[in-house]
Design a protein. Sequence first.
Length: 222
Amino acid sequence: MIRAVLFDMDGTMFDTERLSMEGWLRAAKAKNNGLDREHFLLFRGRSVPANAAAFASWYGSEELYYEMRKLRTEYIQNYLKKNGMPIKPGLFELLKLLKKKNLKTCIATSTKRDQAEQYFVQTGVKDYFTDTVCGDEAEKSKPDPEIFLKAAEKIGEKPENCLVLEDSPNGILAAKAAGCMAFMIPDLAPAEEEIKGVFDRECASLLEVAGIIETWPDVPQN
């Protein structure tokens, strides 16, 4: 029985992966660097050190990665200051349903705690969650299952009783390696063929997820 839902954050709850891609491509242009959309997509769901190492393998410099990342971050911050946080359709409808059904919830994000907390405050989502785990609280990044195992442990549930909501292949691989059920909600790119046999279900949006969970029986109080 599913007793908890674990949420990826960027690209699943918030439309920040799109902002990140725009920021990276702008930074690449400013630095006359060859980073393109295909390389950016490989960043999703992984830690900063892992992405810095990948970038260095492509372009020969971790220093340049961090310079470009700073420009990307400035772009995102300026956008959010001007426009607010873009919320994925159905997020609050789903969160209210999960609370109604007494399902535990946990954010499991690769974003560092200080940045993630800013997002929580901006959107008011934290009151809907049982707990949160952030990227600097896990030693290994997705596709390693550590962050989902930590999330399940933190809310006192077995991984096999948890449903993970993810938008990236790395996140899906991490969820299944942890022993969780996993729903793929594609964001910037369709689900790749090689990942289609891994996740349990593909959903067009969080509203579709809510429609599925609406049919589930209520979970008894502990």
